[in-house]
Write a protein that binds this ligand. Structure first.
Ligand SMILES: [Zn+2]
Length: 221
């Protein structure tokens, strides 16, 4: 809430020729918080500019920004099974809003290691995979929680990722960089994970159209 969307769009568009000369195609994207009931407002907001993609995310539940380290003790106030049930209900609503080209970090509620036995979460994983397939929405492997938060696990978890791959959900990779130096962080690792699990294509986006591209395993390990 410190920069204007207009300035951001302008900065990216102005940088396109400079990067193009280096052989890099910049795409214009935005991550937008999803709040149930705000669909119309959000549609109007994102409709102002011509995005290549809009990422949908859930970072708040019951008005609580659950990835804020200062309020992590709030997890102690909840029954984790119910908390995850309500969280995944919101993620499903975000997916079914059809506002987003892909929905981000599907299980970021685990950020501070509060998670019930994953076997209890499997029905939710299946349900989210179904919603993504039915709405033709992609998701990502996101490294943010791996290198920046106590859980030190990619989103989605390996078990969740297997469910998504089995359902045929299109996937992209994200470094979730908060700083320029983090752009591309762990993309090589997550690309290798996808290849090892038999995924051969990666989702890219242009003017809100998804374009699947073959994965190139060009990174030395
Ligand atoms: Zn996010």
């Amino acid at each position: 809430m410190t920069e204007s969307m207009h300035d951001f769009v302008k900065a990216i568009n102005e940088a396109k020729p400079r990067w193009s000369a280096e052989g890099v195609t910049l795409r214009l994207g935005m991550e937008a918080d999803y709040f149930p009931g705000s669909e119309q407002m959000l549609k109007e907001l994102v409709g102002i500019y011509e995005w290549d993609y809009v990422i949908g995310s859930v970072h708040y539940i019951y008005g609580w920004g659950f990835d804020n380290p200062d309020t992590q003790d709030h997890f102690e106030n909840y029954n984790l099974e119910n908390l995850y049930r309500d969280f995944f209900m919101m993620v499903e609503k975000a997916i079914r809003s059809n506002i987003f080209q892909f929905v981000a970090h599907l299980d970021n509620l685990k950020v501070f290691n509060y998670r019930p036995d994953e076997r209890l979460l499997l029905p939710y994983y299946e349900n989210i995979a179904k919603a993504l397939v039915e709405t033709d929405t992609a998701t990502e492997i996101n490294a943010g929680l791996y290198y920046r938060y106590p859980v030190q696990e990619m989103c989605p978890s390996p078990t969740f990722l297997d469910v998504l791959i089995k359902a045929g959900v299109p996937l992209t990779t994200s470094s979730d960089s908060h700083f320029p130096d983090d752009i591309g962080a762990f993309i090589d690792v997550n690309t290798r994970t996808l290849l090892e699990k038999g995924v051969t294509e990666i989702a890219t986006f242009q003017k809100k159209k998804r374009i699947m591209k073959p994965i190139k395993d060009s990174h030395p390990f």
